[in-house]
Design a protein around this ligand. Sequence first.
Ligand SMILES: *Cc1c(COP(=O)(O)O)cnc(C)c1O
Length: 432
Amino acid sequence: MMQYYSTNSPDTKVSLKEAVLRGLAPDKGLYMPETIPTLDASFFANIGQKSLPEIGFEVLKPFFCPDIPEETFKTIVQESLNFDIPTVKVNNNIYALELFHGPTLAFKDVGARFMARILSYFAKGRNEEINVLVATSGDTGSAVANGFYKVPGIKVQVLYPKGMVSQVQEKQFTTLGHNITSLEVEGTFDECQRMVKEAFMDTELNEKLVLTSANSINLARLLPQSVYYYYAYAQMQKAGIADDIVFCVPSGNFGNITAGLLTQAMGLPIKRFIAATNINDIVPQYLQTGNYVPAPSKSTVANAMDVGDPSNFVRILDIFASDHNLVKSKIEGIAFTDDEIKAGVRRVDKSFDYVLDPHGATGYLALEKILLNDQIGIFLETAHPAKFPEVIEPAIGRKVDVPLRLQAFMKGEAKNIAIKANLYELKRFLLK
Ligand SMILES: *Cc1c(COP(=O)(O)O)cnc(C)c1O
């Protein structure tokens, strides 16, 4: 049975259930698995013949079973990974791993759908519902709300800043209903986040309700993200080109790339990683200098990566025992300006007839710049371009095709509850 430790106190171990229900450790550290399991060669020998859920089950089993019985876990994996994650050739030796075929058209669907089902499993057998609180500036709210939608035993409250979330994003969580409630906060995103943090520390709330968060530091969101690295490798193996693969990950909080680094530690034979960022280049700077200097985030066209103090960085340090040279040998970092991102979107559309989103664009551009000719580069296309029409349409000079499932959200009727930006209002609502 796998146990988990906090990055701040490696000697104290907790169960999977505790790590998942807590999210953040009491000492403010992030949970890590006590050992990194390795998969044997036979698993890789015919991985090209395996389906996404089959790979997911094998890869994740050592972390989640037998805490969760194998048969139940198999169903959880199947329900979470119920959409394709294809690799698509963009040009010569550069491929996109399209992570946007899920319900909200972004990679966060994978972690959110999976985590919802893990929480629901742990909620079973207790008579209380689990209340998930999530503050969002857009993407997280839609992925979490849709991932947890109609999942038994769980209620979700999405807090978002009034007037500061794009219409597409707002529709993706305000139109659902059932167990999802949207709270439109008269304040900023930071105030939403502060209210959620205060709620977790509030004695009365915690006595009366079971509260948890669904933010990206939760292990149950992080670990399932490793599956698609294996699946990408499987597709390359099937195509006979699985040697010398370089993964390039558009990064904000560095959860996605952390999941990738874990796969390498588990034995996935890949060459190396590139972390692509926008001008919030804290990690590329660290890689260069060895100094980690967080800064207030700057707003960019790739706004899901506007992070000035990436929360998963401590996990990366933990994996590599804080050895700067070791980290540097595994990850290369590179940052792009808004102008470079927009020009990249335009050029790739014109030259290769492929429409990037602003985040994936940083990944593509990084590969174009530093991939060697005899290597295969795969960048993570983390969201569908139709989610960012205000950036993409001026760049490509035409409307971007909107997938049907996004159109369906736009037709739905938005329902929200307006509250003021303070804990008292949030408590009054939660205890009602
Ligand atoms: C969240 C997000 C990212 C950043 O992922 P991290 O795991 O935080 O590094 C990149 N692109 C999109 C579209 C996102 O929503």
